[in-house]
Design a protein around this ligand. Structure first.
Ligand code: SAM
Length: 239
């Protein structure tokens, strides 16, 4: 398989250390300085995070469970996971994102330490692209990252993430459906100023095939749609 890297990855890293960092920090935050579209994406994304937490907790308590949050962004998932008692590795290709996630974790987790028992374990933060992650985790999660890569690269990323996971792998991606494909094409005809990176859609069948190739099967599926945010969520387990 072709190695993930080259142009796409460098463009993505650069974007998420600069204008993409500013844009997404705002969307994933709580401030009021967002436009209507950004507010809608904020809502959609928070639903994906919520569904992921529900999927994870469905199988039992997260206390002491090791979770790798690959492409952690500002920590939207890593921080609530730590609050649930998970031992989290939060990593991202963008140093700016990791610094922000760490700052927010310190604010939110140290503050809640006093009234939570047992006290949450601070996630471990790492600036690393997911392709160079190593180690073994009970669970690996990768939310809204595949959208930055074409399926040819996503295959290798999925295989690598699966190799790090002992029991489950949760992925979210923008689904390639006829309707959304059309929306995206219209968007490309009229690109807004903040659309600095390409967005790639993935079909569920392609993601399923990539998982199957490395011996994993999908156990649960979810879908979040708002006006401007679309994400399929899949939970995979070893076959
Ligand atoms: N997963 C987070 C969430 O759902 O809140 C952030 C999603 S954000 C749209 C995409 C994130 O993926 C960015 O923080 C970006 O820096 C990171 N990213 C992109 N390509 C990556 C790669 N190859 N390895 C690790 N992180 C990557």
């Amino acid at each position: 398989a072709e190695e993930v890297g080259g142009e796409d990855k460098e463009v993505v890293r650069e974007y998420f250390n600069n204008s993409g960092f500013q844009r997404w920090k705002k969307i994933y935050g709580e401030t009021d300085d967002v436009n209507r579209v950004q507010r809608d994406i904020r809502l959609g994304h928070s639903k994906t995070v919520e569904s992921t937490l529900l999927m994870l907790k469905d199988e039992g308590s997260l206390q002491g469970v090791t979770v790798c949050d690959a492409g952690c962004g500002t920590g939207s998932l890593s921080i609530p996971l730590a609050k649930e008692g998970a031992i989290v590795l939060a990593s991202d290709i963008s140093a700016a994102m990791v610094a922000e996630a760490e700052k927010q974790a310190q604010e939110q987790l140290l503050a809640s330490k006093n009234d939570q028992s047992p006290a949450p374990v601070m996630p471990m933060f790492q600036v690393k692209d997911l392709e160079s992650l190593d180690g073994k985790y009970d669970t690996v999660v990768c939310l809204d990252v595949l959208i930055h890569y074409p399926q040819s690269k996503a295959d290798g990323m999925i295989a690598h993430l699966a190799s790090l996971a002992e029991n489950r792998l949760i992925l979210s991606f923008a689904p390639k459906t006829v309707y959304y494909d059309l929306l995206k094409r219209v968007g490309e005809l009229f690109p807004g100023p903040s659309k600095a990176t390409r967005a790639y859609l993935h079909s569920e069948a392609d993601v399923e095939r990539a998982l199957r190739k490395v011996g994993w099967k999908i156990r649960k599926r979810g879908l979040t749609t708002t006006q401007f945010y679309f994400a399929k969520l899949v939970e995979a387990v070893p076959m």
